[in-house]
Every structure is written in C-alpha cells, then in structure tokens.
Design a protein around this ligand. Structure first.
Ligand SMILES: C[C@@H]1O[C@H](OP(=O)(O)OP(=O)(O)OC[C@H]2O[C@@H](n3cnc4c(=O)[nH]c(N)nc43)[C@H](O)[C@@H]2O)[C@@H](O)[C@H](O)[C@@H]1O
Length: 418
C-alpha cells in the first residue's frame, strides 16, 4: 500500500527492507529466476536444443532491461539412460558442460545455487505450457499465448500446507507456490510479456518448455548459445586420449585445434582435416522398433560403412551406437574391426550415460568423414560440433538410408552465423 510506496521510494532502502519482493515503481532488487523442464520422454540431445530456446528467451528479457537469470534444470530420470546400478538424478550441468562457457553467453546458475540464493526450495510460479485445445483456428497459424484451463492431468498435486509438489528433477523438498496452465503457440520470446507482467513472482518455471519454438533457428543468437555449450573438459580429455591411443588422431596433425574460449573459436570452413577414420552414429533401439523406413538394417549400415571407408581411403571406423547387446553382437560379427568407446564400470559411474554419450559425440566430431542417423538429434549435435571445428560440410551432413528407402534426403547444412 501507501506505506510501502513511501519507504520504497529508493531502491537501496527498498531492497534492504524487502529483499524478496518486486515493486512496479522501482527497479527490481533481486534478479528474477527462470526455471524450466521438458516433457519426460525427451532425450538428452533434444533437451540441449530446448536450452537454446530458453537462453534466447532470457536474452530477450534482459534486452528489455530486466535482470533475469536462467536456472539450469538438473539432469536425470532420462528414459535412455538405462545403465543399471548408477545414480542418475540431480546431475548438475557442470558434469557435462563448461559452466564458465555457458555463462559467457547468458547468466546461468545451477539449481542448487538457485536454492541457496533464493533462500529455500520454493518456486513462486509454475506455468505449464500446452497447445490450444481447439488447435489452429481456421487452419491459420498465429502466434498467441493465453491462460487456459489445463488440458492434461496436472503432474503436480497440492499438499496439506497448500504448496504444490511435483517431480522437480528429483528434489523432493522443492515446492511451488502456484501452478497454472498456459496455452502457447509461437517462438520462445512470446513468453517475455507474460513473465514481465507477472511482476510479483521472483522465480518462474516453464514446464513443457519444448512447446515453445526457436526464436530464430540457426541465426546468430542460436549459434552463440550453441557455441557456448562447450563440453566439460574432463570428458573432452577422455575423448582426446582415446583418439590418440586407438585412432591415431591428434589436434595438431588433424587441424582441429580447439579454443577453450568459444568466443575466439572461429575455424574456417574446410580447415579441419580430422583423424583418418570414419565416424559413425548408428541410432537403434526406439528408432528400429517402429520399423522406420529411414533406418537401415545392420547389414545395410555395415555395407555403407565399408564403401565409405574405401571411397575416402580410411582404414579405421569408429562406431557410436545405442544398440542393445544382441544387435551389438551381430554388429561385431559383421564389422570385427570397428573401434568403440566402451567405458569401464568406474568410468561409467563417474561420467554416467550422459558423459559417455558426449565422449562418443566428441570422437565422431573429429573423424575425417561422418555419417549419422536420420532425424536423430544425437547426430544433429555432432553436425554442429563439426561445423564449429571447421569441417567441410560434405564430410558432415551425411546419413544412412533405409534399405528400401526410395528418396533418401540428406541432412541440411546449417552454416554458423558469427
Ligand atoms: C524418438 C525420439 O528420439 C530422440 O532421440 P535422438 O534424437 O536420437 O537423441 P537423444 O535425444 O539424445 O536421445 C537418445 C539417447 O540415447 C542414447 N544414445 C543414442 N545413441 C547413442 C550413441 O551412439 N552412444 C551413446 N553413448 N548413447 C547413445 C543417449 O543417451 C542419447 O541421449 C529422443 O530424444 C526422443 O525422446 C524420442 O525418443
């Protein structure tokens, strides 16, 4: 009321007295926190894509002069991370990515830092994003966002104290003060006015954040964020050692010098030569269960690998795959000379399934020639990594074709915008 307005006429006094409140008539005392989560079945590499959308939203909010910080959603409970007996929840981003690199793009903090700064595990407002129940009106696409009744059953429930409990990345003590549903159709930054209007909430979480589209796919902002997603150094070292030991590949020899500081990394397209091996990402499991037309049989894939090795005069092949034991046995029989990164039990425990996936991606990214799997985001992230390293696009944007696929369209080349 009026008393507040009088005391709070100056920002310093106001923030000292009421550190956790925002006021419309003075600049915010506190940064505001944007948290987010993604639909549970989505995998690691699609989640990396959603991060780019959220970073873009935070940039938009900050451009408008508001102090927002992005809170990194801890990794865990991923459907594809099935290695038994290892603890795979509440994994901080620092286990997989270089935090200083991320921070050079947009202010980010780990979830546990948020809890410490925020004075407890409370999220003021959860907005569950959903589509419009009525679909597109008149079949016309338009950007819009509105508070609407929840279409699906809420994954949050109210406790006795009136707080909402939910998954919250495996942090059982985390609670939300309020949960509402929002129908949203459009790019990530359509949320900016909604977040700004809702001025009393210091922390806002967008659930089902994948509902929002990229602000500008493959534009400068996209690439800045993508380039800032530098893999954690301890994982790159494992990948580099493996390359040197089993694939005779080093950065000096193969012209893949990497700068820790991504803002200085600007390799000329075609400058990278890559190690003298064929890099392969062969996605199996849920990609073959549906008998998809664009995914090859093991026999078909091996035939293609052999022909590429011959064509590019490569005597080694490195294979990254999520094939199950039975398929792996078959693959070893068909391709006895393939090289794979197979972590020891200790390494798996240390790096987890996510770290092992990154090591596989890093090794594929340094191959002289790469071939991946149709529409797999795992393969797409390798394309981007190779683009950053400066490979000729011809050696990167390749995918396997299904055994009976008629029109086997190859992946699109997305050039970096610096
Ligand atoms: C059908 C869709 O497929 C999408 O998968 P897709 O884009 O390939 O790629 P991702 O979103 O990364 O999900 C696939 C996951 O499977 C494991 N995986 C796949 N290939 C490899 C590999 O070569 N090496 C290692 N170490 N691990 C691999 C890894 O955990 C990876 O994150 C999913 O994101 C969606 O949830 C959905 O299931």
């Amino acid at each position: 009321g009026r008393a507040f307005s009088l005391v709070c006429s100056e920002q310093t006094v106001c923030c000292y007295l009421f550190p956790h409140r925002s006021f419309s008539h003075v600049p915010s005392c506190h940064p505001r926190y944007l948290l987010y989560d993604v639909n549970p079945p989505e995998g690691f590499n699609l989640r990396r894509d959603v991060y780019i959308r959220m970073a873009s939203l935070v940039k938009t909010l900050r451009k408008e002069g508001h102090d927002w910080v992005l809170v990194l959603p801890p990794w865990g409970r991923l459907y594809h991370w099935q290695s038994p007996n290892i603890h795979q929840i509440r994994i901080p981003w620092g286990a997989f990515f270089s935090l200083t690199s991320l921070q050079a793009n947009v202010p980010v903090i780990e979830y546990e830092e948020f809890v410490a700064e925020n004075g407890g595990p409370f999220i003021d407002q959860v907005l569950v994003l959903q589509n419009y129940a009525e679909g597109w009106t008149d079949g016309k696409w338009e950007e819009k966002v509105d508070e609407r009744p929840c279409i699906e059953k809420l994954m949050y429930s109210k406790d006795k104290q009136g707080y909402y409990r939910g998954w919250f990345w495996g942090y059982e003590e985390t609670r939300a003060r309020n949960v509402t549903c929002i129908s949203a159709q459009g790019h990530a930054s359509i949320m900016a006015p909604v977040l700004q209007r809702n001025i009393t909430a210091i922390s806002v979480m967008l659930d089902r954040a994948e509902t929002l589209l990229h602000d500008h796919y493959a534009g400068k902002d996209y690439w800045d964020t993508r380039r800032s997603m530098v893999f954690a150094k301890h994982l790159r070292i494992i990948g580099d050692d493996f390359r040197a030991k089993y694939l005779n590949s080093t950065d000096d020899r193969d012209h893949t010098i990497y700068s820790e500081d991504w803002t200085r990394m600007k390799a000329k397209p075609g400058s990278a030569k890559g190690g003298s091996y064929l890099g392969v990402h062969l996605r199996r499991k849920d990609f073959i269960w549906g008998h998809r037309e664009d995914v090859p049989s093991l026999k078909g894939a091996v035939k293609k690998m052999r022909s590429l090795m011959k064509k590019h005069k490569l005597d080694k092949v490195f294979v990254a795959t999520d094939a199950d034991d039975e398929e792996l046995k078959e693959l070893k029989r068909l391709l006895p000379d393939m090289v794979r990164y197979e972590p020891s039990a200790e390494d798996l425990e240390l790096f987890k399934d996510g770290g092992v996936a990154i090591i596989d991606q890093w090794i594929c990214a340094h191959a002289r020639f790469f071939i991946g799997t149709s529409v797999s985001t795992f393969s797409f992230r390798i394309h981007e990594e190779r683009e950053i390293l400066g490979f000729d696009p011809k050696t990167t944007y390749n995918r396997f074709c299904g055994d009976n696929e008629k029109e086997c369209e190859q992946p699109t080349h997305w050039k970096i915008v610096y």
